[in-house]
Design a protein around this ligand. Structure first.
Ligand SMILES: [Zn+2]
Length: 286
C-alpha cells in the first residue's frame, strides 16, 4: 500500500461531454476502470466530487453513494450545493447531507456559478460543514470550455471567508490556476486553507503539452516554497481530464524530500478528510 490519495476525481453520468474532454476519448468511465487506473498509479483511495449538473441534490448524492459502494470503500463521496439556486434549495440540500454519513467534504463551484466564496448565502453551508467537520473544497481559476466567469474563482476571494471561519478547513482546487502564486499567499496566510494539485495541465492533445508539464511543476514547486511547508498541499488529478500517472508524476518530480512528497501524495489528505486506515484491499489489476 502506498497510502496515496487522489482528492479530486469526477465520475458522473450527468457530465455528458466527458468523452470529449477526458484525457483519452475512448476512456471507460466506470468504477472498475477507474480503480484499475488508480492501481496502475499506486493510488489507494480517491475523493469523487459531485458535479453541479446533477438534476437534484438527492440524485447527486445517490450517485455518490452508488459510486462509493461499487468501489469497495476506496472512493469517498463529496457533495455540492449551488447557493444561487435559492434559500429553499440550500436548506433542502443541507437536510439531505444529514442522511449521508459517508460524506468527506463539500465542493463549491464559484466561477461556473455566479457567486463568491464569501457570499452570505453560503453561511448555512459553512455552519453545517463546521459542525460536521467537513472540509470545503472550492473550485478555483480556469473554467472548462470558457463558461462562467473566473472573477468569482480567484484565490483572493477565499481570504475573507477563511478568516471568518477559522475552525473550518478550505481547499483551493487546482492551486488557483492560473493564479498559483495568489493561491500560495492565501494558503501561507491562512492556517486553515489547503490547495490541491489537480487540473494544472491542458488536454494532452494541446501542442505545448510536454512544455506545460514542466512549467506546471516549476509553478507548483515555487508555490510550495512560498507556503513554506508541504503540510497543506494535497495531490489531486481532476480525472478523467488528466491521466492519473501523469498527475502523480507531476508531484513525484518535485525537488522535495521523499517524506514531503509522501505527505502531499496521501498523508495530508488522510489526516484532513479523516479517511479510515489502513486502506482497504485493492481491487482490479496489480
Ligand atoms: Zn474538477
Amino acid at each position: 500500500m502506498t497510502g496515496r490519495v487522489d482528492v479530486h476525481l469526477h465520475l458522473s453520468r450527468w457530465w455528458r461531454d466527458l468523452p470529449r474532454t477526458a484525457y483519452r476519448p475512448d476512456l471507460d468511465l466506470g468504477v472498475p476502470s477507474l480503480l484499475a487506473e488508480m492501481d496502475r498509479a499506486g493510488i489507494d483511495r480517491g475523493l469523487v466530487l459531485q458535479l453541479f449538473e446533477a438534476p437534484s441534490s438527492a440524485e447527486g448524492l445517490a450517485e455518490g453513494r452508488s459510486v462509493a459502494g461499487a468501489s469497495g470503500g476506496r472512493l469517498h463521496p463529496v457533495a455540492t450545493v449551488d447557493p444561487t439556486a435559492g434559500e429553499a434549495v440550500v436548506h433542502e440540500t443541507i437536510e439531505n447531507w444529514g442522511r449521508e454519513p459517508d460524506l468527506v467534504a463539500i465542493k463549491l463551484y464559484p466561477g461556473y456559478r455566479a457567486f463568491y466564496p464569501h457570499d452570505p448565502r453560503l453561511d448555512p453551508v459553512y455552519e453545517y460543514a463546521r459542525r460536521r467537520r467537513l472540509p470545503v473544497m472550492i473550485h478555483q481559476g480556469d473554467t472548462l470550455d470558457g463558461i462562467g466567469l473566473v472573477k468569482y474563482a480567484r484565490p483572493i476571494e477565499v481570504d475573507e471567508v477563511a478568516g471568518r471561519y477559522r475552525d473550518l478547513s478550505f481547499v483551493l482546487c487546482h492551486f488557483g490556476n492560473p493564479w498559483v502564486e495568489e493561491a500560495a499567499e492565501i494558503v501561507y496566510k491562512n492556517p486553515n486553507v489547503h490547495a490541491d494539485t489537480s487540473g494544472l495541465l491542458a488536454h494532452p492533445s494541446a501542442p505545448y503539452f510536454a512544455r506545460m508539464v514542466d512549467r506546471a511543476r516549476r509553478r507548483l514547486y515555487n508555490a510550495i516554497v512560498t507556503v513554506g511547508s508541504p503540510d497543506r498541499i494535497l495531490y489531486g488529478s481532476d480525472w478523467p481530464l488528466e491521466e492519473l500517472t501523469v498527475a502523480v508524476d507531476l508531484v513525484r518530480g518535485l525537488d522535495l524530500p521523499a517524506e514531503d512528497l509522501d505527505a502531499i501524495l496521501g498523508g495530508n489528505a488522510r489526516r484532513l478528510f479523516r479517511l479510515p486506515e489502513p486502506a482497504p484491499r485493492r481491487t482490479g489489476s496489480s
